[in-house]
Design a protein around this ligand. Structure first.
Ligand code: SAM
Length: 317
């Protein structure tokens, strides 16, 4: 059966208010000139074209999407985009406590919050800033407002935060959060990746030893690669994403659009298709749709070797 490519991750900025040590080599990082970043009207037009080729779900990402001025109006407009059935946001949560009510009013209900430590000193070390309490307050506020699902994405880093696995899991017992553990991907350098990579099977083994086995939960048509489990007595759920150790290629349903307007068929392969040039040179919706179709066509069951040199802050995760 042909894959249904129905999910687009839309990066609206490369700017971020955190400096997570594993995300990129920040000393070499160069931000995009403002004029190179797609304007909101350009992003909305591309979202419309994407809907025309079968995209149903759009996730707004970055950089940190909540630092871009005008993001509320953009999210509201995305909700009005014909053909899209799901609009979600990925954020580091630093501004969530302040912005959750406006995001809710803009129509948003699905938020993923990236959080890799529940310990204040470690969080500060990992992210370069002391915002853990704001992030936790933001999650509480979002839950109280009725955001659902409210997911926490935790990248597991061996020797850095793998002693917090059970604490993260217990957060899903105490709160209605879906806590998802994610394998560390070799985005920048192998030297940094190898010592800190922990396979998801090991994460599951350690959690099973502490909590027992969970009951698997079914998936919907636009669901990502997470395997989700419920545990007795938990308000929330746990999820496991083994992007590196188990290939998801045959079921991968997503495209990625970088803030610079490049369409990426695969997170793990370098080829990107330029959408910004045709967009700014007056291409028709049909022409732009052809670029999306080409990207969909290029998504094959084979995964190319991972090509480093493109950090998550540029792609959007
Ligand atoms: N600022 C937003 C956030 O924090 O969710 C969106 C962008 S951020 C680059 C997206 C996600 O990529 C975060 O969850 C981050 O932890 C994850 N990420 C960055 N580098 C990674 C890596 N090498 N392996 C796995 N996940 C990574």
């Amino acid at each position: 059966m042909p894959r249904n490519i129905n999910y687009l991750r839309l990066s609206i900025t490369d700017r971020c208010n955190l400096r997570c040590s594993y995300c990129t080599a920040w000393d070499k990082w160069e931000k995009l000139p403002a004029g190179e970043i797609l304007r909101y009207e350009e992003l909305l037009r591309l979202a419309g074209v994407a809907a025309g080729v079968g995209i149903r779900k759009v996730r707004v990402t970055g950089g940190e999407p909540l630092v871009r001025r005008g993001v509320m109006e953009f999210i509201q407009a995305l909700h009005q985009q014909q053909g899209l059935t799901e609009v979600c946001l990925t954020t580091n949560g630093v501004l969530l406590n302040d912005l959750a009510p406006d995001l809710y009013a803009a129509g948003l209900r699905h938020v993923n919050v990236s959080l890799d430590s529940l310990e204040r000193d470690r969080y500060r070390e990992l992210t370069g800033s002391d915002h853990l309490l704001e992030v936790l307050a933001g999650l509480e506020r979002a839950a109280a407002l009725g955001f659902h699902p409210l997911k926490i994405n935790c990248v597991v880093l061996k020797g850095i935060n793998d002693d917090e696995l059970v604490n993260f899991a217990l957060l899903a017992r105490e709160r209605p959060y879906q806590v998802r553990f994610i394998e560390f991907m070799p985005t920048v350098s192998q030297e940094q990746w190898i010592p800190h990579f922990l396979p998801m099977e090991e994460v599951r083994r350690r959690l099973a030893a502490a909590l027992g086995d969970g009951v698997p939960v079914g998936r919907n048509a636009t669901a990502g690669p997470a395997r989700i489990f419920r545990y007795p007595g938990f308000q929330g759920e746990l999820g496991f994403i083994s992007t590196v150790s188990q290939h998801h290629c045959p079921t991968c349903n997503r495209l990625r659009l970088t803030a610079a307007g490049r369409l990426r068929p695969c997170l793990f392969a370098a080829p990107e298709l330029d959408l910004k040039s045709p967009l700014r040179q007056g291409a028709s919706d049909e022409d732009l749709g052809r670029v999306f179709r080409e990207a969909i066509h290029r998504k094959t069951a084979q995964r190319d070797a991972f090509v480093p040199g493109r950090a998550m802050v540029s792609i959007g995760g």
